[in-house]
Design a protein around this ligand. Structure first.
Ligand code: SAH
Length: 213
């Protein structure tokens, strides 16, 4: 598991690319510059790790495109020490980006194989989420609620009510909503029963699925 000057150089170029695409949050750009994305991909894909593209990982899932990870993280508007729930651990790349910012991360994955792999892998790079859970993201994580932010990294056919209910007042849910194509959607909890909704363009994610396997 090597991270070299060459990799750092490629990451700096990637940061320039996503900055040119509109990401300006310094915390987010610094995190993308720091996380060794090539180590989150199977060895065959190492050469592609610093292109701004999604790639296949295990179990027919994907590691999200760096721009998408940056976009969602920027929308969360979280700061060091905030408490964030991630739905869809996958490779752990988005988890690592949140951890670089100094966030306390709770993350849920429904695919057993990926869950096991990523749970072992992240600590090897010294990335330590508060909890990595094998479970169903539609339910959120009521025992740890409320959260400053919740980020969903799979395409959601609808907005799960438990996720809205598990936000602090002032907390933010970032979720791609839709079937074939998803609209990036931000909910801000403005009161006990009040939410603002904002929509931001189209993205494509692997679908958020119901049953665990
Ligand atoms: N954040 C990941 C993106 C992985 S793709 C990364 O940076 O690599 C989306 C992930 O969501 C997949 O791993 C998929 O198995 C998971 N997923 C799908 N439905 C889910 C659900 N209901 N609960 C939790 N995770 C789910």
């Amino acid at each position: 598991m090597k991270d070299t000057h060459k990799h750092q150089g490629l990451r700096n170029q990637l940061v320039t690319t996503i900055n040119e695409k509109g990401i300006i949050d310094k915390n987010v750009l610094n995190a993308i510059a720091a996380v060794p994305r090539h180590l989150f991909m199977d060895s065959g894909f190492v050469d592609f790790a610093y292109q701004d593209k999604a790639f296949p990982i295990a179990a027919e899932q994907t590691i999200s495109q760096p721009y998408t990870v940056a976009f969602q993280t920027e929308l969360l508007q979280v700061k060091p020490n905030d408490k964030v729930l991630e739905i869809g651990t996958g490779s752990g790349y988005q988890t690592a980006v949140l951890l670089e910012i100094g966030i306390r991360v709770y993350t849920i994955e429904r695919q057993k194989e990926l869950f096991k792999k990523t749970k072992l892998f992240l600590p090897k790079l010294n990335y330590k989420p508060k909890k990595i859970i094998f479970g169903d993201g539609y339910k959120g994580l009521p025992e740890e609620a409320p959260f400053d932010g919740i980020i969903v990294t799979a395409g959601a056919p609808f907005v799960p009510k438990p996720l809205l209910a598990q936000l602090k007042i002032g907390g933010r849910l970032v979720i791609p909503v839709g079937d074939e194509v998803q609209t990036m959607t931000l909910f801000v909890r403005t009161g006990e029963k009040d939410f603002e909704k904002h929509e931001f363009g189209n993205f494509r994610f692997v679908p958020m699925l119901k049953e665990r396997n």
